[in-house]
Design a protein around this ligand. Structure first.
Ligand code: PLP
Length: 383
């Protein structure tokens, strides 16, 4: 296999070897349906419940509050639509200006269906405007949905304060913690969130599996009905291998996460510093705000991110421009626009996102490549 320098871990992460090993028996021999009442099925059921416990431990919840889903996007849809459908007297949705497209596009659809939707702005470093938030949480608000960590910049919202404001206004809060889980400690016994979404493939688990935390007594309608799986909140035969892998990844994040996070932060800081020293026209987006440890978003003045990414890719380096799904379009990212980043930087902004598998040598290699890449793309007259 080609050797890649993989700096695109907010798009997806490499599954741990222990995750893959744990999944294999459930792709081969342990194929019974966990809803079957025979011993074979109940053996698989038991393993799913163990995985649920492992997922619950990652966020400090009770296992009975975990609904297993097909990933972050489904968890988000269940949280948002499920809550609004359950509370028809409170139709309004409030989100932030920098949400992932899983939330933004859903909000657009809900708007198209006639629901009131409002988006709260962020400041120049990507922090949520808490005064604006408080002013839009009107009595008809059925749900506030905001992210914990931004997928493009890594900027962390102050969820303690957001939750306190939502609580004061009597509005249920859903947190998209897809980029936060496994990277920062999460404890739902301490923060009064009603719902919280996570996704396995962002913390070294498999793709296509995730979970929604649903606090006891939350009002939620299922989107998928049929069999009574997941306490009738999410019908459909379980993705057993995926769920087993999700559990192992969650347990590894609890056990090894804190030590890994410190090491990753050191590498991220070295990469950021190194690039900014080697390329004087580079500037970090969101660098003034608290961020998750693995992400840096760097703007290169006057350049196009696509050109940088292409030259990086030719040298085996994987990085992204904003969200993976929006790269390829020349529109600057909605996140950088919401932060008011100067268009000269916004068009040339590249996200490097690290994981436990990155090494100091890889960081040095990427820093070493940047001056040549930037000088190849800089028009001669502006050098
Ligand atoms: N929310 C955020 C912040 C994300 O970064 C992503 C994935 O990039 C998602 C939601 C969607 O998660 P999934 O890929 O598991 O559907």
């Amino acid at each position: 296999m080609v050797r890649y320098l993989y700096f695109d871990n907010n798009a997806t992460t490499r599954p741990l070897e222990t995750v893959v090993e744990a999944m294999l028996p459930f792709l081969r021999d342990q194929y019974a349906n966990p809803s079957s009442l025979h011993a074979f099925g109940q053996g698989v059921r038991h393993r799913i419940e163990c995985a649920r416990e492992q997922v619950a431990a990652l966020i400090g919840s009770d296992a009975r509050e975990i609904v297993l889903t097909s990933g972050g996007t489904e968890a988000i849809h269940l949280a948002v639509r499920g809550t609004l459908n359950a509370t028809p007297d409170r139709p309004k949705l409030v989100i932030s200006d920098v949400e992932h497209s899983a939330v933004r596009k859903l909000a657009d659809r809900l708007k198209g269906e006639g629901r009131p939707v409002e988006a709260v702005p962020v400041d120049g470093s990507g922090r949520l405007d808490l005064d604006a938030l408080a002013s839009v949480l009107t009595p008809d608000t059925g749900l506030l949905s905001v992210m914990w960590a931004n997928n493009e910049t890594g900027v962390l919202f102050d969820i303690d304060r957001v939750a306190a404001i939502a609580h004061d206004h009597g509005v249920p809060l859903h947190v998209d913690a897809v980029q936060a889980a496994g990277k920062i400690p999460i404890d739902v016994t301490r923060v009064p969130v009603s719902l919280l979404s996570i996704s396995g493939h962002k913390f070294h688990g498999p793709k296509g599996v995730g979970a929604l935390y649903v606090r006891k007594r939350s009002r939620l309608e299922p989107l998928l009905t049929g069999g009574g799986q997941e306490r009738s909140l999410r019908a459909g035969t379980e993705n057993v291998p995926g769920i087993i892998g999700l559990g192992v990844a969650a347990e590894a994040a609890v056990r090894e996460g804190p030590a890994e996070v410190d090491r990753i932060r050191g590498l991220r800081d070295a990469l950021e510093r190194g690039i900014c020293e080697a390329v004087p026209s580079a500037r970090v987006n969101g660098g003034q705000a608290p961020r998750i440890a693995n992400t840096t978003n760097i703007g290169f003045a006057g350049l196009q991110a696509e050109g940088i990414l292409l030259l990086l890719s030719e040298r085996g380096v994987c990085a992204s421009a904003g969200a993976a799904c929006s790269s390829g379009s020349l529109e600057p990212s909605h996140v950088l626009q919401a932060m008011g980043v100067d268009v000269r930087y916004a068009h040339g902004s590249v996200r490097f996102s690290l994981s436990r598998f990155n090494t100091p040598d890889e960081v040095r290699e990427v820093i070493g490549l940047m001056p040549e890449i930037v000088s190849r793309l800089t028009p001669v007259h502006s050098r």
